[in-house]
Design a protein around this ligand. Structure first.
Ligand SMILES: C[S@@+](CC[C@H](N)C(=O)[O-])C[C@H]1O[C@@H](n2cnc3c(N)ncnc32)[C@H](O)[C@@H]1O
Length: 295
């Protein structure tokens, strides 16, 4: 199994979530296990078995890679195929309460864009899917073929901050009357007819981001999960969240500021260094915020 995803802001995450013997952690988006492996490696081999790590991911193929990669840490790693909004049920089922650290590294992983068959890429052709969990739920094709012009325009505006949202929605409705959308490139070409090229950014970027967020209810997942994550922390435990766009970051920033039982440890969001972005361009929009539970 190949691990192609490079974990972002790794050193910074390690600094804030220093694992100690007998501690427990929850990773709500373990992906291919990059952060998880680095965190567990920090603990001396002779006491590693005392650290417990709950690894959750909605994508079964990523979780399988993580499981394989983390198998050398033995029974201290528990992997669960679920969405992190169900974190409380997952944690209680596996006796993770009063945990020392929680990590969310949001969004998609490299494999999602690198593998055209997952339908996330506007550059390579594939089925218009975009689900992290392919076992159920609406696909991106279902959305573009059935939502009304208003619903599509609202999603493109809200989740993609696309200024041409209404024009794109109209173009989609006109095109789908002739034939429903099935492939990523069909949608990408339709968008390019109404959205001008802006600098280096591909015209379909914002529409694809909006659809990905809608398909996986990404903002709803985050909003529902945040209070449960805090409940699962022990006093002194830390919540570290990496976001990749302003919509998610705003939700995290506001939540951390408003919760009276949290002390924010990152006054400003931590961003990757120029060197990290050079080595891993996917890191360029990452922001890390960390808070500690105080009571
Ligand atoms: C950026 S990757 C995580 C990478 C990981 N930290 C690593 O170093 O390998 C994000 C992961 O979150 C997963 N994901 C997205 N939304 C999720 C959700 N609501 N619940 C659980 N996993 C989710 C995706 O399937 C993906 O594997």
């Amino acid at each position: 199994m190949s691990t192609t995803h490079i974990p972002v802001l790794l050193q910074e995450v390690l600094t804030y979530l220093q694992p100690e013997p007998n501690q427990s952690f929850i990773d709500g988006t373990v992906g291919q296990g990059g952060h998880a492996e680095a965190l567990l490696e920090r603990v001396l081999p002779e006491v590693r078995q005392t650290v417990r790590y709950l690894a959750i991911d909605r994508d079964a193929s990523n979780l399988a890679v993580a499981k394989d990669r983390l198998s050398r840490f033995g029974a201290s790693v528990v992997s669960v195929h679920d969405r992190y909004a169900n974190v409380k049920a997952c944690a209680y089922a596996h006796h993770f309460t009063a945990v020392d650290g929680i990590l969310l590294d949001l969004g998609f992983s490299s494999i999602h864009v690198d593998d055209p068959s997952r339908g996330f890429s506007f550059r390579s052709d594939g089925p218009l899917d975009m689900r992290y969990d392919v076992s159920g739920g609406l696909t991106a094709a279902d959305i573009v073929n059935t939502w009304s012009e208003d619903e599509l325009a609202r999603a493109f505006r809200q989740y993609g901050e696309e200024t041409k949202a209404r024009d794109v929605a109209k173009a989609i409705i006109a095109r789908r009357k002739k034939r429903p959308f099935e492939r990523t490139l069909e949608l990408s070409e339709c968008v390019q007819k109404v959205v001008p090229k802006r600098g280096q950014i591909h015209p379909a970027t914002r529409v694809f981001q909006a659809l990905r967020i809608a398909v996986n209810d990404e903002l709803g997942e985050l909003t529902r999960a945040l209070p449960d994550l805090v409940d699962l922390l022990r006093p002194g435990g830390r919540l570290a969240i990496i976001t990749f766009h302003s919509l998610e970051d705003r939700i995290v920033k506001t939540f951390m500021k408003e919760r009276l039982d949290l002390r924010v440890l990152t006054r400003h969001a931590i961003k990757p260094s120029i060197m990290e972005v050079r080595e891993n361009p996917r890191a360029r929009s990452a922001k890390l915020r960390v808070a500690e539970k105080i009571s």
